[in-house]
Design a protein around this ligand. Structure first.
Ligand SMILES: CC(C)(COP(=O)(O)OP(=O)(O)OC[C@H]1O[C@@H](n2cnc3c(N)ncnc32)[C@H](O)[C@@H]1OP(=O)(O)O)[C@@H](O)C(=O)NCCC(=O)NCCS
Length: 159
């Protein structure tokens, strides 16, 4: 059997309407809450303090990673890959793109993310990328659903 490897590409979003519309569509499909949709739109704006990577397949946006950089730390605030494209390395490519961007410029940083206790798949995903569990925020995602804090430290040699 030959396994098909999808040609998924990662890039920063362009600050144009086409990219924003595609991301907004994806976000509203996932979130469905008007309040968070307007907050998301604000975060997509240039100069908002948030940056967004997207995952492309054949010219279509099929995933995104939004993060906030508050020196010296980066926080992943949103990570999503559309269902049909999961388990094809797309989530990994976006996180690695982020790590590489900082390591290339020899900037030492930590990347943190808060994962719901009930989202075991995402925990497995971040562990597969060597993120380490660091703390637990009680009931962060509702009663009985704690937030599991994970952190990855970029490696920049002192040579
Ligand atoms: C979490 C998510 C972004 C992963 O994206 P992805 O493109 O499927 O991830 P990858 O293909 O790069 O997976 C890399 C590794 O992570 C682990 N992993 C990913 N999804 C997994 C799952 N559902 N179950 C178990 N392990 C999983 C595996 O070790 C996988 O390697 P393998 O496929 O060779 O076994 C995607 O499942 C998603 O969008 N989930 C819904 C949103 C979400 O949970 N976001 C995170 C919120 S904090």
């Amino acid at each position: 059997m030959v396994e098909e490897v999808l040609d998924l590409k990662v890039r920063f979003i362009n600050n144009d309407d086409a990219d924003k519309a595609a991301l907004l569509f994806m976000y509203s499909e996932v979130m469905r809450k008007k309040k968070t949709i307007s907050r998301f739109m604000n975060r997509l704006r240039k100069g908002s303090g948030y940056s967004t990577l997207c995952l492309e397949f054949g010219g279509e946006i099929v995933g995104m990673l939004m993060y906030k950089h508050s020196v010296p730390n980066i926080t992943i605030v949103l990570l999503h890959v559309d269902h049909p494209f999961r388990r094809n390395g797309g989530g990994t490519s976006m996180v690695k793109f982020l790590v590489d961007a900082y390591e290339r410029f020899r900037i030492k940083t930590s990347i943190s993310v808060l994962v719901p206790e009930l989202n075991v798949q995402a925990q497995k995903f971040f562990r597969s990328l060597n993120f380490k569990g660091v703390d637990i925020k009680k009931d962060k995602f509702g009663p009985g659903n704690d937030g599991y804090g994970f952190v990855y430290n970029t490696e920049v040699s002192d040579e």
